[in-house]
Design a protein. Structure first.
Length: 272
């Protein structure tokens, strides 16, 4: 029982640490609304941690201490790239979606533990943990629905006519502007990337891939900076590369994705 409670304690602490890091990153990136979302998730997980502590006291178990357990910790927390992706591509809806999936993984883990428990007491304890996680899932799913409706209701001014061709042209202009103020070493590379983005824009103007839900969901501010804009284009090309029915078109999307990867690496290197 001590091991089980220590494992519950460790997984909750892992989630608190993960969401805390994301909140701090959003503050550093001047994204206070997203920082507030992750702070709320820290609060949720902190309450879960208190529940584990109170339950431990109620059943007379020793205080959870993962350093004494023989179990290997399980990684149920996954930030799904939120720690590295451009903050402009994040939203409250995406943050809560990530949290829902983390809680669902925790629920599945505890049901697995319950199924393999060697005693009734441990099985009942694991089932209690699973019920706790299922309650968290329900709470966060409600938060996610509210965030979705708020995002859909928010103004989409400035992005009604977004297309991949328009965004590639915008990226080309941004790269050219960056080249104009870069030193001799960086200007040539940025100008080359600007020409490549322009070529992709011309190609897409003649033969677009079609509509992309990723474009519809992206915040309007995404197109204001090179890195998030390039990341958005990359996501779109990868999506088309996976789902287009025509093999030739899939290959073209993957070729554009490769170009976006090189472009994003150069942008990050230039801003480092």
């Amino acid at each position: 029982m001590g091991d089980l409670l220590s494992l519950a304690y460790a997984t909750e602490r892992e989630a608190i640490a993960g969401y805390s890091e994301l909140a701090e990153r959003m503050r550093r990136e001047n994204q206070p609304s997203l920082a507030a979302v992750f702070d709320r998730l820290v609060g949720e997980e902190s309450q879960h941690l208190e529940n584990v502590m109170h339950w431990s006291e109620r059943i007379g178990a020793t205080s959870p201490d993962f350093s004494t357990t023989h179990w290997e910790p399980t990684e149920t927390f996954d930030d799904e790239g939120a720690g590295t992706i451009a903050p402009e591509l994040l939203s409250a809806y995406r943050a809560f979606s990530m949290a829902v999936r983390n809680e669902e993984r925790a629920f599945v883990f505890w049901t697995y533990v319950a199924a393999l428990a060697p005693s009734d007491a441990l099985r009942e304890a694991a089932e209690q943990m699973a019920r706790e996680e299922l309650g968290h899932v329900a709470t966060l799913r409600r938060e996610r629905r509210q965030a979705f409706h708020a995002q859909r209701a928010a103004s989409s001014a400035g992005k009604e006519n977004w297309s991949l061709a328009i965004l590639e042209r915008r990226l080309s202009d941004q790269l050219a502007n960056a080249a104009a103020i870069a030193g001799d070493d960086g200007a040539e590379s940025l100008n080359k990337l600007a020409r490549e983005a322009g070529d992709r824009a011309d190609d897409l103007s003649q033969a677009p891939f079609g509509d992309s839900l990723l474009l519809q969901r992206a915040p309007a501010v995404t197109a204001d900076r090179m890195a998030p804009l390039c990341e958005l284009l990359l996501d779109c090309y990868l999506d088309f590369g996976d789902r287009l029915a025509d093999e030739k078109e899939r290959n073209r999307a993957q070729e554009f994705a490769a170009g976006a990867v090189h472009c994003l690496a150069a942008i990050r290197s230039a801003s480092a």
